[in-house]
Structure formats: structure tokens, C-alpha cells
Design a protein around this ligand. Structure first.
Ligand code: FE
Length: 202
């Protein structure tokens, strides 16, 4: 079996937001899509390690901001590489507005948002699928939506200097380079918090 076949699937990139009580939070996901149109329903799949995941279980409401092709790496650092458990990601983040249901959506480098009430959840082990009924949506610009392939090809930092030196391991998610002969099995990327499985030997 060649599991690299799964890399041929295409994905977008999104900021998923939730509000649980007075707490706002958001994270980066690559799995969001419309899955029914009468009534209109969309789904998001979220890793259980995300604080936003638990907020969705409680609050039963989700908003998806669709990142466009102008998005800088900083957006991924801001929403992807820290946890809402430790930091308030919206404390000094200026480019936001509220959906009809009161959730934050991102207003810059985002071409549309949608918000819905969660009507179904499916436990998949590492992830949960949340199915939401659409209650608010808006197009913000006509830029092309960014893809996960764009992220890997054009957006994340390139470890060029290190590649030339040879040796070490590069994080396939954020581009961080570990310098050393052997990458410890329990190594966690200091930038994006992904594990050793997401590192490639240089
Ligand atoms: Fe990383």
C-alpha cells in the first residue's frame, strides 16, 4: 500500500473560529466543504488536540474564514502554531468582524466566510467531524482560495541554506530545520508543534 496516494488529495486552508461563553478562539484547518444543499450544510474536520475542537463541542457553532492566495506565513503562525489555551489569539489581532451569530471571522486575506449551527458530530479518533447548518455567509473579495499545495510550495519558509549544507531534518509543515544526525522519535517541532512524523531527512 502506498499511503503517499493520500497526498494527491486537494485541500484548502481555513481559519476555523468558535466562541464559548466570553472566550473567542481560532485555529487553522485544511478540511472544510459544503456537503448538502437542502438544507445547506458544511462540515469541518478538526484534530482533537485543538482547543477550538472542545469549544465547538460546547458551543455548537462554527465559523470558517476561507484564506485567499494573498495570505502570508504570519497568518499560519498566528492561528496555527500556538494554542488558545495559552494565548488569546484575538487580543491584538485587528482584522476581524463578527458574524450574525456573534463569532469572529477574519477580514483580511480571506475571500469569504460562512457560519453555522452544529447539528451533528462524528468521532473519528484523531479528529471529529462537525456538520453545521449554514446560517450566515458572505463573499469578501474575488481572490482565488489558497490551497494546501500553495502553502507547501510558496508560503512556508524554504530551508534552502540548510538543504545545501545537507544533514538534519526539515519540518514539512512549517519549514523548521532540526540540525542533527538522528531526530528523536518523540521530537516535537518548536514552531508548529507537529511531531517527528512530519519531518523529512535532508
Ligand atoms: Fe513545524
Amino acid at each position: 500500500m502506498d499511503t503517499s496516494a493520500l497526498f494527491k488529495l486537494t485541500y484548502g486552508l481555513f481559519v476555523l473560529t468558535a466562541k464559548d461563553g466570553e472566550k473567542d478562539n481560532g485555529c487553522i484547518i485544511n478540511t472544510a466543504m459544503e456537503i448538502a444543499n437542502d438544507p445547506t450544510r458544511f462540515m469541518v474536520a478538526v484534530n482533537k488536540a485543538n482547543y477550538t475542537h472542545d469549544m465547538l463541542l460546547n458551543s455548537k457553532r462554527a465559523a470558517v474564514s476561507v484564506l485567499d492566495n494573498t495570505v502570508p506565513f504570519d497568518m499560519f503562525k498566528h492561528f496555527g502554531f500556538s494554542s488558545g489555551k495559552e494565548v488569546d489569539k484575538f487580543a491584538d489581532f485587528p482584522d476581524v468582524a463578527r458574524t450574525a451569530g456573534g463569532l469572529y471571522y477574519i477580514t483580511k486575506h480571506v475571500n469569504a466566510y460562512m457560519e453555522g449551527k452544529i447539528v451533528q458530530t462524528t468521532d473519528l479518533g484523531s479528529h471529529t467531524i462537525f456538520v453545521a447548518e449554514l446560517e450566515d455567509a458572505k463573499v469578501l473579495n474575488e481572490n482565488r482560495s489558497v490551497t494546501y499545495a500553495d502553502y507547501h510550495r510558496d508560503i512556508k519558509p524554504k530551508p534552502q541554506a540548510q538543504e545545501e549544507k545537507k544533514g538534519g531534518y526539515v519540518c514539512e509543515i512549517c519549514g523548521y530545520v532540526y540540525e542533527g544526525e538522528e531526530l528523536p522519535e518523540d521530537f516535537v517541532c518548536p514552531i508548529c508543534k507537529h511531531g517527528a512524523g512530519d519531518f523529512r531527512k535532508l
